[in-house]
Design a protein around this ligand. Structure first.
Ligand SMILES: NC(=O)c1ccc[n+]([C@@H]2O[C@H](COP(=O)([O-])OP(=O)(O)OC[C@H]3O[C@@H](n4cnc5c(N)ncnc54)[C@H](O)[C@@H]3O)[C@@H](O)[C@H]2O)c1
Length: 331
């Protein structure tokens, strides 16, 4: 049984608490949040202990692993202290908002980076995982083009945007990782973007729509489309194209019910609303991979270096947007 501590008791932590408490070989030993009310709420809901200091978890030898679900600027500090205390770590994305901080962390913890898994949950989405496995098995021949579409239903609050790191580091970071999952190493990044959705996002100095083209070392090209607003809901699609054909992943519906009448035909319910609905099975599979990798002594995937590589692409996209030029990156 893996004893797990949860660091942070906000929005995504409740998903992790659910994955931990429903996993047959894990136990939620304690949760921590500096805001006591938040810690108590999650502890009560999931039937465990709470604390308002990280030490209550990091210094407890009975706790084997931690899930870091606190705000991004706290990740490097908590991750460093956790691995130095001998814990396994599942750290939410992104590791940090600055590659230099990630490199300083890597320098400090050295081989202990192997104790860190990064929460790129979309790799564990059954649909995307199936397509990636079949592409990797050669069903398309060489992968030539990958298209990833990721649009949120509505813009986040302006305050969130200001501290989130922006579209590339907060939102598209998932898609950078997905592109690497399919393409392997990326060598070139070309980005453009716009402010067509939210004046608040523009005032915060960020874009609200972005398109990025990545060239992989094999010559395959990935195109990523992001928007902070989508009239028809949470738009999560993917297409992989090669000599042998194409795989497509379409948006998911809560049921297969269709209505046809005088004014319209084949009317379906809205798509699964947002990430908490769309990716619930992926979060559970991600946590299962964390537990199983520890049990079987297998390296985590995605690991610390995958977290760094996605952030490198996000920084390169920012540089390309500003310079209006293609930016070269190295693995
Ligand atoms: N993988 C995904 O799909 C996904 C989705 C949402 C958020 N995230 C990531 O998860 C992280 C948290 O996001 P969120 O939306 O849950 O944020 P949130 O603001 O809802 O929750 C963060 C919680 O952490 C607490 N906190 C503040 N400082 C802390 C500290 N030093 N140590 C521990 N806890 C602290 C806050 O009080 C709050 O309860 C971010 O890094 C975000 O990028 C990932």
């Amino acid at each position: 049984m893996l004893n797990v501590g949860l660091l942070g008791c906000g929005r995504i932590s409740q998903v992790h608490a659910d994955s931990i408490t429903t996993h047959p070989r894990a136990r939620l030993a304690r949760v921590f949040d500096p805001i006591e009310e938040s810690a108590v709420a999650v502890a009560t809901r999931f039937g465990t202990e709470h604390s308002t200091t990280a030490e209550a978890i990091l210094d407890d030898p009975a706790i084997d692993a931690v899930v870091i679900a606190s705000p991004t600027p706290t990740h490097v500090d908590l991750l460093t202290r956790a691995v130095e205390a001998g814990k396994w770590v599942l750290c939410e994305k992104p590791i940090d908002l600055d590659v230099a901080n990630v490199d300083a962390c890597r320098e400090r913890i050295g081989d202990l980076t192997s104790k860190v898994m990064v929460g790129f949950n979309r790799r564990f989405d059954p649909t995307f995982a199936d397509i990636q496995a079949r592409v990797a098995a050669g069903e398309l021949g060489n992968l030539e083009q990958l298209t990833i579409i990721s649009r949120d239903p509505a813009p986040p609050p302006a305050a969130y945007v200001a501290s989130s790191g922006g579209l590339f580091k907060d939102m598209m970071i998932h898609d950078f990782d997905m592109a690497r999952f399919f393409l392997g190493d990326v060598v070139e990044v070309t980005a453009t973007g716009s402010n067509l959705v939210s004046p608040e996002i523009e005032e915060a100095g960020d874009i609200d729509g972005g398109v990025v083209v990545l060239r992989g070392s094999t010559g395959a090209v990935a195109t990523i489309l992001n928007s902070r607003r989508c009239a028809f809901g949470y738009d999560q699609r993917l297409e992989a194209f090669g000599e042998g054909g194409m795989f497509t992943a379409v948006n998911q519906l809560p049921t297969s019910v269709r209505f046809s009448g005088a004014d319209a035909t084949e009317v379906a319910a809205p798509y699964l609303n947002f990430f908490l609905d769309r990716y619930m099975p992926a979060y559970a599979a991600e946590f299962d991979s964390f537990v199983t990798s520890i049990e079987e002594g297998r390296p985590f995937s995605p690991g610390f270096d995958d977290g760094r590589a996605a952030l490198v692409l996000a920084e390169a996209a920012g540089a390309s947007l500003n310079s209006r030029a293609t930016v070269e990156v190295s693995a």
